[in-house]
Design a protein around this ligand. Structure first.
Ligand code: GLA
Length: 390
């Protein structure tokens, strides 16, 4: 039996009396390799699932009561399905689960009462999508329990709706999608308009994906995130006035942008410039990987960071420092911020023999300049969410 199954069973029994009749699922976090702030612009993203996840045990109750226990926080919430599911301003973590149950009800799924316990290994506040993993674990577990029929891409959309309309974070589709559809040894090229996707083998030879957690999370994330979305929408309106085929920044190219530059505030131009060039970088990255050209892939990662820092303005001093220090390490082909921004993690393409140098050079210097202990994780591409026990 997998260790996490034993752990969650024991914990479940402690909270709810026994561990009979459990369904146990896991849902992973993700690191986005490239394609940042493109998902809500109908563009391309290229994430992989990681070996850090949410593990959740669920079973039905004969009544309408839902009881949820968060092991890491040692907190329990309870509510009845007889009443409309409400937002919990005190136990905010519970809103990701409540949101999914709410979205299922909205979709016409008849829910039974249930008992849920879960824990997570995804570093908190790291930008590695622990919240999407929590939504996905809930959706998959309840799908199994109730037997409703939804394909995985629709399940991802349902989790996104929970986050957009219940939690209030206007995220795109990337995080939920990769948490459900990730595949071992592969990164996922996703077209966020059609939801067509391709599982691309991540053949890195002697190179590895190293994730470095800055240890900072600036409070601006949600408000600045929603503001970037609004700025992109302004850009689309200006572009569409000249080029009616432009429905999203996905449809625009640099020539169109240049043609409209005079009609845009500089900041709108910059936001559009990032998204348009970032979409191109995703496709170029996939082509470089398919051709086995890791050096080129690394250059594109670097360009992505520079564009996110300059044009999209979602980096911060700590992350820029990590990127600058990483690029000085021999054997690092590329380094950039990953995820929504304003802290969180960097993603680095690094030679396996340079990992110790990275730890020796980057971490102490970062500590010296910021007083913060950064964390390093080397992860291979993991499988998406799955049933571990039933
Ligand atoms: C967050 C959101 C994603 C995506 C990224 C930026 O992780 O949840 O949908 O927009 O930011 O690429």
């Amino acid at each position: 039996m997998r260790r996490e199954v034993t752990v969650i069973k024991q914990a479940f029994a402690k909270v709810f009396g026994d561990a009979d009749g459990l369904t146990i699922v896991r849902a992973p976090g993700r690191v986005n390799l490239i394609g940042e702030h493109t998902d809500y612009n109908d563009g391309y993203v290229f994430p992989m699932a990681i070996n850090f996840d949410i593990v959740m045990a669920v079973r039905k109750r004969p009544d309408q009561l839902v009881r949820i226990h968060a092991l890491d926080l040692a907190r329990t919430v309870a509510f009845s399905l007889a009443d409309p599911i409400g937002y919990d301003a005190e136990e905010r973590w519970s809103n990701y689960l409540r949101g999914v149950l709410w979205a299922l009800q909205e979709a016409g799924v008849k829910l039974d009462g249930m008992e849920i316990a879960f824990f997570g290994t995804i570093p908190q506040g790291s930008g590695l999508s622990s919240s999407a993993a929590l939504e996905v674990a809930t959706a998959l577990a309840v799908k199994h329990l109730t037997g409703f029929d939804l394909a995985l891409p629709e399940l991802a959309l349902l989790c996104q709706k929970a986050e957009n309309d219940f939690v209030g974070m206007k995220c795109g589709i990337m995080d939920q999608f990769i948490s459900l559809l990730g595949r071992e040894g592969r990164a996922l090229l996703l077209d966020c308009r059609s939801l067509d996707y391709e599982q691309i083998p991540l053949e890195l030879g002697d190179y590895r994906i190293l994730v470095c957690h800055s240890g900072v999370k600036h409070s601006l994330v949600d408000s600045e995130y929603n503001r970037r979305r609004a700025e992109c929408e302004t850009g689309v309106r200006i572009l569409a006035a000249e080029f009616p085929a432009v429905r999203a920044l996905r449809d625009a190219d640099l020539d169109m942008l240049t043609a409209c530059r005079d009609r845009m505030a500089p900041v709108i131009y910059q936001r559009c410039h990032h998204v348009i060039t970032e979409n191109e970088r995703v496709l170029k990255s996939v082509a470089a990987l398919k051709a086995g050209d890791l050096k080129r892939f690394g250059e594109l990662l670097n360009q992505s960071h520079d564009s996110l820092r300059e044009d999209y303005a979602v980096s911060c001093a700590e992350i820029d420092l990590l990127v600058t220090l990483a690029r000085k390490v021999e054997g690092v082909l590329g380094a950039r911020i990953t995820g929504g921004g304003f802290g969180g993690c960097t993603v680095n393409l690094i030679h396996v023999e340079a990992i110790d140098d990275f730890k020796r050079q980057v971490l102490p210097e970062y500590r010296k300049q910021t007083g913060i202990e950064a964390q390093v994780y080397v992860s291979t591409a993991a499988n998406g969410a799955e049933i571990l026990w039933d």
